[in-house]
Write a protein that binds this ligand. Structure first.
Ligand code: SF4
Length: 746
């Protein structure tokens, strides 16, 4: 039987490497925090090196400015990049803090037992790879290669995906589907035949009416979107924000609809009712491109604004007026599809309602609505065909979630727990760039799974909580120290962006492509990594595209003219990517799978007396939990605060800046306390915190113990039966004013 995998703090390990690297270098920081660091004097700039940001998925193109002394003095945006227009957000500017963080992982570590205690020992890369390859071979021989899974996030995931595919497994999963955008993508695919992609293909720049539903652009700092929203506001666009909290976006809006949480679907259905029954929808567009209108009309007959008022607390005249605003601006109207959309377990249906509203307004394919994306197809570097696995992530669904188009993290986790009837067991994980401890709900299941694994490899730049459970920890270098794939994400303008190393990797850290290649070679899969340096791959790809690496190093960003129209051309016979070529207002696919063909409102649980719905979101200076230790960004926002309505604060005797602990409906108490922010900007039935704080791993010396981690309080998860999204907004908290004497633990 497998030995129980104890959590190990990494703190005192890797110090040798710190002393060597740290002693010879004086790393400058990003310009945003120069003042805070005492204003380091820098040598003159020697060169500007092309990169794209890795602090969030938007991947803005930039320049790393490197001094004659080999310091990265600052990062600036590349003016030719249409995704950032030369401007980085605070996190992008502060990205140097990822590179200069003294808490970074420095050497490979292997779990050992010493004097009866589990600990890590520093290891060479050779030892670490030999250990991993031996275990992976054992797993392949005993259970088949399909029993290895990959959890990933960010650019590095691609190389480990390639490794697993070559090894014989396609059990590759990312929290970004079931915990984030999956419901939205599924809802839009069911309606339009395709998703809104990432970055989203919303034509905010030219919109005349933007509707945000629980989407807080501005705090959710996706650079291009924020810039376009500000441009649209300057041009007089109407912003309508639906949010129980007066977000920054709500404060810039003509209409703020402080909706009762969990009732958004009722509002959406009522808007559909008003558009149809007041003849405000785009008749020509619907007649030409959509099917199922009569069924939809009948379906929403009773969903009047008066009906919705009783559910949402939004007044009928406000519902009518906002529907009219949307119709007046249409088709240059966007009901924004949102991003983190896994809320209540019926999220595909809510996203369907958003998609249907966009269809009724004629937004998809029209200027100021949703444009057609176009990108540059970068050829794959040659490699042998991958073997066909005998089973895959679809088998871990066990007949559930029939419309899941991507793998579900929680079913992979579930398949990793030995149980009778588990015919598709997972025995080993590689975790790359995702701190599952903070990003995944259903912690009990996660812990059980990790205790059962025969191999757990974690690849990261930082000692995130997940590293403490690994058998082997591999220190990856940051995005500023490596080549990576060309950025070629399709969007409004086809664009290529180069990322190359600004400096050599610090400590013993290495790029993910190199790590995957080394493991691959030890497994006899060297043919899949037939290059010595990733530079070779990029050089080859650029040559196939008629470009050269030298040119890309000089310009960083290459833009191309579009070959296809961004909008539906007048009189064109446009076909949507659905089976019939028409927008599906009524979904046969859902009906055939046994679900409602059109969205219906279902009431969700409400807080008991003394409890408040836990709402969480983002701040402009942090991304998830990964930036919470970045000194540049911590200087801008060191901890989160719990937003409390003044009436609630008075009831509880809570004062501004007082620290409290939060306890949820299941009795789970937050590890740490959180500062109270008393504000009218939140409804009385809810509280709000920024996600990503409350780290409990001491080696994260800046992040440890700062604020509260919302995911530890999310113990009630409503799973979407359509695609397995984990709805996390059905949790309620109350306040503890006295320290509950709980030790920091998971
Ligand atoms: S939006 Fe900010 S953090 Fe995200 S990629 Fe762009 S600069 Fe980086």
């Amino acid at each position: 039987m497998h030995t129980r995998r104890n959590f190990i703090k990494i703190g005192s390990l890797g110090l040798g490497a710190t002393a060597i690297a740290g002693g010879t270098m004086n790393w400058a920081v990003g310009s945003s925090s120069k003042k805070l660091s005492g204003g380091l004097k820098s040598a003159p700039i020697l060169k500007k090196v092309s990169t794209y940001c890795e602090v969030c998925f938007w991947k803005c193109a930039g320049w790393a400015h490197v001094t004659t002394e080999g310091q990265i003095q600052k990062i600036t945006g590349n003016a030719d990049d249409p995704q950032c227009n030369g401007r980085l957000c605070p996190r992008g500017t502060g990205g140097v803090g990822m590179f200069s963080d003294p808490d970074r992982l420095k050497t490979p570590l292997i779990r050992i037992t010493k004097n009866g205690e589990q600990t890590y020992r520093e290891a060479s890369w050779e030892e670490a790879f030999d250990f991993i390859a031996k275990k992976m071979k054992e797993i392949a021989e005993k259970d088949g290669p399909e029993s290895m899974a990959l959890f990933n996030h960010g650019s590095s995931g691609k190389y480990f995906t390639q490794l697993l595919n070559a090894y014989g497994s396609n059990n590759v999963t990312a929290p970004s589907f079931a915990q984030c955008r999956g419901p939205r993508d599924t809802g839009f695919e069911l309606t339009f035949g395709e998703s809104v992609s990432s970055p989203e293909v919303t034509d905010i720049r030219d919109t005349r009416c933007l509707v945000l539903i629980g989407s807080h652009i501005g705090e959710n700092m996706h650079n291009g979107q924020v810039q376009e929203m500000s441009e649209a506001i300057d041009k007089g666009a109407t912003i309508i924000t639906v949010d129980p909290r007066l977000s920054t976006a709500a404060s810039k809006s003509k209409y703020w609809l402080p909706i009762k949480p969990s009732t958004d679907l009722a509002l959406l259905l009522s808007w559909i009712h008003v558009l149809i029954y007041n003849d405000l929808y785009n008749k020509e567009y619907v007649a030409k491109y959509a099917e199922g209108f009569n069924e939809l009309k009948e379906h929403v007959r009773s969903f009047t604004p008066e009906w919705a008022y009783g559910i949402t607390t939004i007044k009928p005249e406000v519902i009518r007026n906002t529907a009219r605003e949307m119709a007046n601006a249409a088709p240059a109207t966007i009901i924004h599809p949102g991003r983190h959309t896994s809320w209540y377990g019926d999220d595909v249906q809510r996203s369907r309602a958003i998609a249907i509203l966009n269809a009724l307004l004629g937004s998809w394919g029209n200027r100021g609505g949703i444009f057609f994306k176009e990108g540059i197809k970068v050829p794959d570097f040659p490699h042998p065909a991958y073997p066909k696995p005998s089973w895959s992530w679809q088998d871990t669904l066990n007949g559930r979630y029939p419309l899941a188009k991507e793998s579900i993290t929680n079913t992979i986790i579930e398949a990793s727990i030995p149980a009778e009837g588990n015919t598709h067991p997972i025995k080993g994980w590689i975790v790359s760039g995702t701190n599952l401890i903070v990003s995944i709900p259903l912690k009990e299941q996660l812990m059980k799974a990790m205790q059962s694994l025969e191999l757990l490899v974690v690849v990261d730049t930082m000692p995130m909580e997940i590293t403490g459970y690994a058998d082997v920890v591999l220190p990856e270098c940051t995005y500023l120290e490596r080549y990576d794939d060309l950025r070629a994400t399709p969007h409004r303008e086809p664009t290529l962006v180069l990322r190359m190393p600004a400096v050599e990797p610090m400590y013993e850290s290495k790029p993910a492509w190199w790590i995957a290649k080394q493991i691959g070679e030890r497994l006899g899969l060297g043919a899949y990594f037939n290059f010595t340096d990733f530079k070779e791959v990029i050089d080859w790809q650029l040559k196939q595209l008629g470009l050269s690496l030298e040119e890309m190093e000089r310009i960083g960003v290459k833009k191309y003219a579009r070959k296809t129209p961004a909008y539906i051309l007048p009189d064109s016979d446009h076909k949507f990517k659905t089976a019939s070529g028409k927008i599906q207002l009524f979904s046969k696919e859902l009906e055939e799978a046994g679900f409602d063909s059109m969205p219906k409102f279902t009431a969700h649980a409400q807080p008991e007396e003394g409890f408040y719905r836990l709402i969480y979101g983002r701040a402009p200076m942090h991304t998830f939990s990964r930036t919470a230790n970045n000194r540049n960004l911590v200087a801008l926002m060191p901890e989160n605060a719990v937003w409390v309505n003044p009436q609630v604060a008075e009831l509880w005797g809570l004062k501004k800046d007082q620290y409290v602990w939060l306890k949820n409906q299941d009795g789970v108490v937050s590890n740490f306390s959180v500062k109270v922010r008393v504000t009218e900007r939140i409804r009385w039935d809810s509280v709000y915190i920024v996600h990503g704080f409350g780290h409990h791993h001491k080696p994260l010396t800046y992040a440890f113990g700062r604020g509260v981690n919302d995911t530890e309080l999310i113990t009630d998860v409503a799973i979407d039966p359509i695609m397995g999204g984990t709805g996390m907004r059905g949790n309620f908290v109350t306040f503890l004013k006295d320290e509950p004497k709980k030790e920091a633990k998971l």
